[in-house]
Write a protein that binds this ligand. Structure first.
Ligand SMILES: *Cc1c(COP(=O)(O)O)cnc(C)c1O
Length: 435
């Protein structure tokens, strides 16, 4: 028995499914998840001493590579000053300012501990500010595990959603309208029918949780214009894409160019540098509805934790233009290598791309992937054999076809060569897969 097998067996005696976040259990790819004991640069080391080139990067936070020396030393220095004070600390406004500097329309920032808290607060704030109840979300967009946004079913316009999880009440689900992504007519119909009572649209800046899906040109601007016209707010969820898709998130590739800002943004992943920190930000007039200034309550014992702030400040300070240029270059190179390996096997696919983020989809070349229905219609059975072939070759991919791939500043040419070398055998395995 390998150490990971033993650890997984022990973990299952303690935690449901042996994990603290479901995707880690390898449910959709099968097999035993390697337990990790170390991470440095572009590499992970498992409990059996095997090394992997990491294409998950902690789902985004390892932007500069694992255990980056500047982040490590900032964290060590912060630890020496104390772990948590239960009072305001100087670095909270400093990290907030770094976020403000990069994003349009972020006049105020509130730190929280997880992306889920950020979107939960944004939704409550939008309701409190507008005095309205309904929220529009798009099918296939993930905004964390708050009840009202797990709602996902409901095809067609203004269909009241079914709960996306057991334990979510029908009453909660009914307050969320779930619409197909990239579908302007569906948005227009929802506002025509319910406009007076829609508090906000929440959307991923570019969806990355049904695989990567690119918003059609002008789609986010359309959402901004539509919400503005009807007195609703636009919440742009940049928890995954923020300071990752580009130096100013996916907003930097859309709103910054098209000349619009979201009313509220949510951030997470990258801004904690690997520690648990997230934030919401936006227009002062809306943000000041939060307590203690306004009537919308929100709080957090460890919000703005000094060690996490130090990590986030080091991360954003060292996430220079050169870093994003490097991420783009390595993403381009990887995309080309995937296309070459898949083409050699006659494997039908499309590569979905949003800035430096991308994912692969099988059997989708004709239509492309524009929404959740397209993503679900792909040949998902090809991913598990592809994934396991890569894993055997020492490449750690996201353990689900519906997740984005992440490179880091530490993915040098040597690491990339290891990935390229593993692709042909994995493409063969995917090609041989049977439904
Ligand atoms: C990861 C993610 C969240 C949730 O963040 P957690 O820190 O896991 O709670 C919310 N929105 C998006 C787009 C995400 O990718």
């Amino acid at each position: 028995m390998s150490n990971s097998e033993l650890l997984f067996a022990q973990a299952r005696e303690v935690m449901p499914g042996g994990v603290n976040s479901p995707v880690r259990a390898f449910g959709s790819v099968g097999g035993i998840p390697p337990f990790m004991v170390g991470a440095k640069g572009a590499y992970l080391t498992d409990a059996d001493g095997k090394e992997y080139v990491d294409l998950v990067c902690s789902w985004g936070p390892a932007l500069l590579g694992h255990s980056h020396p500047e982040i490590q030393s900032a964290v060590h220095a912060a630890v020496d000053h104390g772990l948590s004070f239960g009072a305001s600390t100087p670095d909270e406004a400093k990290l907030g300012q770094l976020i403000k500097d990069r994003m349009g329309g972020v006049e105020r920032v509130r730190m929280v501990s997880t992306g889920t808290e950020a979107t939960m607060t944004a939704v409550r704030l939008a309701r409190g500010y507008t005095g309205r109840e309904l929220i529009i979300k798009f099918s296939g967009c993930y905004h964390g595990h708050l009840d009202s946004l797990l709602a996902d079913a409901g095809s067609g316009v203004a269909t009241l959603a079914l709960p996306g999880s057991a334990g979510v009440t029908a009453a909660t689900a009914a307050e969320t309208l779930v619409l197909p992504y990239n579908d302007r007519a569906a948005v227009e119909t929802a506002f025509a029918e319910h406009g007076e009572n829609i508090a906000a649209i929440i959307t991923e800046s570019a969806p990355c949780n049904m695989g990567v899906v690119t918003p059609e040109e002008g789609f986010n601007k359309f959402l901004k214009d539509t919400t503005a016209k009807h007195g609703a707010l636009l919440i742009v969820d940049e928890v995954l894409t923020g300071f990752r898709a580009s130096s100013s998130g996916y907003w930097g590739l859309t709103g910054k160019i098209e000349g619009w800002n979201a009313d509220l943004y949510t951030f997470g992943k990258v801004i904690g540098g690997g520690l648990p920190t997230a934030a919401l930000g936006g227009r002062a007039e809306v943000m000041d509805y939060l307590a203690p200034l306004g009537p919308v309550y929100q709080a957090g014992t460890l919000s703005g934790n000094p060690v996490a702030m130090a990590a986030g400040i080091a991360q954003l300070t060292h996430a220079t233009d050169d870093v994003y240029t490097h991420l783009t270059k390595q993403s381009d190179a990887l995309q080309e290598a995937i296309i070459e390996a898949f083409t050699a096997e006659g494997l039908d696919h499309s590569i979905q791309r949003a800035g430096t983020l991308f994912s692969v989809a099988f059997g989708t070349s004709e239509k492309g992937v524009h929404n959740y229905a397209d993503a679900q219609a792909q040949e998902t059975f090809r991913y598990a054999p592809f994934f396991h072939s890569m894993l055997d070759s020492g490449i750690y991919l996201p353990p689900s076809v519906f997740e984005a791939w992440f490179v880091s500043a530490a993915h040098d040419d040597a690491a990339m060569e290891k990935i390229f070398a593993a692709l042909p055998a994995a493409a063969k395995a995917a090609s041989a897969a049977k439904a």
